[in-house]
Design a protein around this ligand. Structure first.
Ligand SMILES: [Zn+2]
Length: 480
């Protein structure tokens, strides 16, 4: 895009590189937060926009609102104003950062009815920093009247390009429900006069919109499974397993639902996959579903004399596969917490299982597929030609280019922070499926520099990346 055309774009289309340096209360002291150093750092790293703490939980400017708690180190200083002015002088966009969800005890004592309470009427606390903080209610005057005054004050004084917020949505869903009069009234209005439900819900599809427990999944016909009540919890570190459903003494048959088998990850030679998690108890709905995996209960790992499967098979389903009779839609339902287990244990079979199911549901029609060694994070997006219209939503059908961002996550503690060493991974093949009539004109590598060789195979174009240290950006230009 020509530079002039780019500069005429509004900031939210133009700014791609953001910086955020959280300001702490104590940074309001002289000598703590070196505004000049930070602005120079942003210039040097070509940051186009910065997110700067302004107000809410702590104000970093001399707010005229009495209850708007200033940093106790601020005195008459206007730290937010200083940073904003310095960024502006260097052409850097400023977004004012808020934490709107909580306020301190002084505020709470002035307006206790503006804050969330549990069913017993006790306030939800939101941490103890400089004394206790309290969670404000999104249905009360704190959000409806007070915060708009704060935003207006910041707008009038500093004209930030926008606002960001640490927790605009108030009380987190996992913390509970607010039972204050404002929220009760808002819920009654929304629900046609109903009272707030007693619990917090949970377990998707097992509670209705009033929070009452259902006898069965609301999505039972979609899952192909009925709730059988309850969950078999994991037994500490003792192993449980999935067992491929098979006639005793025979090999499990490969699944043949449609053109793509569900399991093609080289499991032909095993009866079991490791599990070790929680299993929601279910029974088949008889809606054309197939149950390819069942449960093998945990058994001891120690002492070794007892380390064997006492129960080799059960009928408890661990995976349901369905294909809609009237269409092409496919459903894979795992009543097992395989995703959570993979995050915790990095067991490759769990990743292979999830990936195989995604491929099966998608008929293996993936728009982008990257193959190569190591663990590489993939994000793909499209860009329109120049200049894009204000409502341009470029897809691969109409866009000018496809951009694939690859981040090398391979290191000794893969998946877990911190990265201790950059381990270069070798050749990556980035394959894009193109719609009919579209062809690639060429590909560039923005980090390594230069062109990437392209190979065409039917409707797929493959760009070859020789290797990645930390990241690479592959830009595939499409022909008009
Ligand atoms: Zn409330």
């Amino acid at each position: 895009m020509a530079r002039e055309a780019q500069e005429q774009q509004p900031w939210y289309r133009r700014v791609m590189r953001w910086g955020q340096a959280n300001i702490r209360e104590i940074d309001a002291l002289p000598g703590h937060y070196d505004v000049g150093w930070w602005v120079e750092h942003w210039r040097r790293t070509r940051v186009q926009g910065v997110i700067v703490n302004a107000g809410g939980i702590v104000a970093f400017y001399p707010s005229a609102l009495e209850l708007h708690r200033r940093s106790p180190y601020l005195d008459d200083r206007d730290l937010f104003g200083e940073v904003t002015a310095a960024a502006r002088e260097n052409g850097i966009v400023v977004v004012a950062h808020m934490d709107s969800s909580r306020a301190n005890e002084r505020f709470y004592f002035e307006h206790p009815d503006w804050f969330t309470v549990d069913a017993a009427g006790q306030p939800y606390l939101a941490g103890d920093f400089d004394g206790p903080f309290y969670t404000a209610c999104i249905s009360g005057p704190y959000y409806r009247e007070y915060l708009p005054r704060v935003l207006r004050e910041i707008c009038e004084r500093y004209r930030p390009e926008g606002f960001s917020d640490n927790s605009w949505s108030g009380l987190s869903r996992s913390a509970g429900i607010c039972y204050c009069p404002n929220y009760r009234a808002a819920f009654a209005e929304y629900s046609g006069g109903q009272a707030l439900p007693p619990g917090r819900g949970g377990e998707t599809s097992l509670y209705d919109e009033s929070g009452d427990r259902r006898r069965d999944f609301g999505l039972a016909s979609l899952f192909g499974a009925h709730a059988a009540g309850g969950t078999l919890a994991a037994a500490g570190r003792e192993p449980s397993y999935f067992r491929f459903v098979d006639p005793p003494g025979e090999r499990p048959q490969p699944l043949a639902l449609g053109p793509t088998g569900a399991f093609t990850a080289g499991w032909e030679d095993t009866l079991h996959l490791p599990f070790g998690g929680d299993l929601t108890l279910t029974r088949p709905a008889g809606a054309g579903e197939r149950v390819p995996l069942t449960y093998v209960p945990p058994f001891p790992t120690h002492p070794p004399e007892f380390a064997y499967m006492k129960i080799e098979r059960t009928g408890l389903p661990c995976l349901y596969l369905r294909q809609e009779q009237s269409g092409q839609g496919r459903v894979a339902y795992l009543p097992a917490d395989v995703d959570r287990l993979y995050w915790r244990l990095s067991q490759p079979d769990h990743a292979e299982l999830l990936a195989a199911l995604v491929r099966w549901v998608a008929y293996d029609h993936l728009p982008v597929r990257v193959t190569g060694p190591g663990l590489v994070d993939v994000h793909a997006y499209t860009q329109a030609g120049s200049p894009p219209g204000p409502d341009a939503r470029p897809g691969v059908e109409t866009g000018a280019r496809v951009i694939v961002h690859l981040v090398n996550l391979t290191h000794a503690g893969t998946w877990k922070a911190p990265v201790d060493e950059l381990i270069r991974v070798g050749e990556q093949h980035v394959a894009l499926r193109l719609p009919q009539g579209r062809r690639a004109a060429g590909a560039r590598l923005l980090v390594a520099g230069g062109a990437a060789p392209l190979e065409m195979e039917d409707d797929t174009v493959i760009a070859v990346v020789p290797g990645i240290d930390d990241h690479e950006v592959v830009v595939v230009e499409l022909e008009d």
